[in-house]
Design a protein around this ligand. Structure first.
Ligand code: FE2
Length: 381
């Protein structure tokens, strides 16, 4: 076995014992983790300040807590303008503060534009140099020429399957699904280095339905009492996609790093701090819940279940921290997975398709010096 860096051009053959082409993945990940932690400890980022580069573009907030729409903006034109970097950096700060931003009528936006925008949103703010575009472990797109684009996920669903799956009757009780609470999540939280920005460009929409809901992780943190927040700040949670094991996905998963040298190997499982600091805003957010959250590290099962259930309910019981985004063809929506949760709505029967590009951010961390959003903005808690 050798200590080596991962070559993104090599197709690695993975096995479930962590060995890949003779490279010890476990040792490699430990080295990458040590490097990331060293970078963190030596240089915690300070929150970024806005310039006025976007003052010409009208916006409207969707709710006080979360969501902003840019009424008239042409992202493709900005990406090809001399002021591109200043504007994209400000855009990233606004998205990180507001959680999610909506950009209607982006008909000229290409998939390459989407990748460039994702790259710049991260690189012009706080994304480490070891992080790049995220590669989904199982969902890559085959292009018209037959090539595979690992960073692009084309989301096309057959909603009728979902509706059928939810119906049916058992011996005594209906098997109908009556809660969508388990749909809330942040992207790739099962990775050691999870997502920062996700960009979803809608191509085809049903006449109605298929909305995406978002919930502010900053507001969830601000709902906590001070003693309970302090308690959670000392805890980590483990994240893993339910139902996935290395054995049942290793043969069909992407055989290489998934956007970070730490995101490699067949085990989709990571431990993250429950309260994290968004480095762009410097605000604390509640990160330790959602679909992939398995449990709280080090606690008894009953204790962990209590916390898991309580944190889930902070989203589902508080519609003042949610926003519902309605789609139209060519709408681009960008969200910061460090600032908010999201969930899909499977209530449609017509075709719906979208192109998704997502970036890997930093390893989640808590800077105890950071403040809550409400404190930073001078809002009443
Ligand atoms: Fe998602």
């Amino acid at each position: 076995m050798t200590s080596a860096t991962i070559d993104p051009h090599v197709e690695y053959k993975m096995t479930t014992n962590g060995l890949t082409n003779g490279i010890d993945i476990v040792a490699l990940k430990a080295a990458a983790r040590a490097q990331v932690h060293f970078e963190l400890e030596s240089s915690l980022p300070t929150p970024l300040e806005l310039t006025r580069s976007l003052k010409a573009y009208p916006t409207s907030d969707l709710t006080p807590a979360i969501g902003t729409t840019f009424e008239k903006i042409d992202i493709h034109a900005i990406l090809n303008s001399p002021e591109c970097d200043a504007k994209i950096r400000d855009l990233a700060i606004i998205i990180a503060r507001r959680g999610v931003c909506v950009f209607p009528n982006q008909a000229d936006l290409t998939i390459e534009d989407q990748k460039t925008l994702c790259h710049k949103l991260g690189r012009l703010t706080c994304r480490p140099y070891s992080s790049g575009l995220n590669i989904h472990p199982l969902n890559q797109s085959t292009m018209p020429d037959g090539s595979v684009d690992p960073a692009l996920a084309t989301l096309t669903r057959d909603p009728s399957k979902k509706l059928v799956k939810q119906a049916g009757f058992g011996f005594r009780f209906a098997k109908q699904k009556q809660s969508g609470a388990d749909g809330w999540h942040t992207d790739c939280s099962y990775e050691n280095v999870p997502a920062d920005f996700t960009l979803l460009h809608m191509k085809t929409t049903p006449v109605t339905g298929g909305d995406t809901l978002f919930a502010s992780a900053y507001e969830m943190y601000d709902l906590l009492s001070t003693p309970y927040a302090k308690f959670l700040e000392g805890l980590n949670a483990t994240f893993t996609p339910p139902g996935h094991t290395p054995e049942n996905i290793v043969d069909r998963m992407w055989k290489g790093p998934r956007g970070s040298p730490e995101n490699v190997g067949p085990e989709l499982c990571a431990s993250h701090t429950i309260i994290r600091t968004n480095p762009v805003t410097g605000w604390k957010a509640l990160y330790g819940t959602g679909h992939h959250m398995e449990g709280v590290d080090g606690l008894a099962q009953e204790e962990s279940d209590m916390i898991k259930h309580h944190l889930e309910r902070l989203i589902t019981d508080n519609h003042q921290l949610q926003v519902r985004v309605k789609w139209a063809p060519d709408t681009l929506v960008v969200w910061d997975n460090r600032s908010c949760y999201h969930t899909a709505t499977f209530d449609y029967t017509d075709e719906r398709s979208a192109n998704r590009i997502c970036g890997c951010g930093e390893k989640p961390y808590l800077d105890v010096r950071s403040s809550s959003r409400r404190y930073a903005l001078g809002l009443k808690k």
